[in-house]
Design a protein around this ligand. Sequence first.
Ligand code: CAA
Length: 379
Amino acid sequence: MNFQLTEEHLAVQAAAREFAQSELLPGVIERDELQKFPAEQIRKMGELGFMGMMVDPKYNGGGMDTISYVLAMEEISKVDASASVVMSVNNSLVCWGIEKYGTEEQKEKYLPRLATGEIIGAFCLSEPEAGSDATSQHTTAEDKGDYYLLNGTKNWITNGSTASVYLVIAQTHPEKKHRGINAFIVERGVEGFVVGKKENKLGIRGSDTHSLMFTDVKVPKENRIGDDGFGFKFAMSTLAGGRIGIASQALGIASGAYELALKYATERKAFGVEIARHQAIQFKLADMATNIEAARLLCLKAAYHKDTHQDYSMSGAMAKLFASKVAMDTTVEAVQVHGGYGFVKEYHVERLMRDAKITQIYEGTSEIQKIVISRELLK
Ligand code: CAA
């Protein structure tokens, strides 16, 4: 077993760290407060290859492995989880979904611009009444011969107003339940497609989360992904990889909070010494560092499984379950280490604490991860 990162991995990690510190850190507090989408930063991330890291270079992608993606996600998320969720959805759900299951025409049409961040994508599964219970799709895609007629509402869609390409899951044959579901590529601007309300969120406030409405939207048949009825498997398979991305986001939020707490503890004095000299703080730092290391190993193991074509449903779910809990626990403790300063915006840890919570909810709640894990265990 080799725990050593390669030169290439270290270079990707260093590039992501440098970008996060120089381009994302300035303005991150303001973007959070104003709910401002990091448009300029995402454009630069595209130029640097962070928006299509694993896409084949023939479609303008980075041709990198999932380990590189985990490393970059951690560094970006340490500083700005709003930017990293945009990156994660674009890389693991949209680019990967199209590259893995799309036709050659779909890949050539969409991937080159998605992989360079020229455009970004959104993944539209959740509905007002279908969150965890993803098979209960109320959005319908009626087969009309050479096109489908899409009707329904999607909720909580990351990149809802900023995406140009939407992967939309909808029910075509209700009698077949999940085997009657399809996935479609829908372009922004088609008639009948309206971007709805923007959510005013607790965390990841720089990312834009919207509801979407589809009324008699005509989707050409060639925009269906996979065979008729493949949509639910498409969604589950894509989300399995997406969970590695969100696990890495949670890892980054935790390690960002830990680094801030460590720095603060060696600077701030109380009772005549730096607070890091007090055992009460040392115990917190030791717990944080240990949990973060365990979360990192789970993320890298899931990435390794994906890169070596092994089943990664369970390892990805374990990584997300654990890393998101570590993100929550670590950020709460990082605020505590900072005392009153942790409660104000300038010190960043309160934002990281707010951002951490969503990692236990999206791309499957912690309870959903436990279902995925236990089903694998009981197979
Ligand atoms: N890969 C391929 N196929 C898979 C799969 C995978 N990883 N997991 C399941 N499937 C297949 C099964 O084999 C099964 O196929 P057959 O019926 O042909 O055998 C089919 O899918 C149904 O599987 P289940 O019986 O396990 O389905 P279920 O109804 O019991 O649900 C679930 C399982 C795990 C609860 C699932 O519904 C789920 O993951 N729910 C959570 C959904 C979710 O994560 N939503 C997040 C929204 S996206 C988001 O947050 C993005 C964003 O913007 C950040």
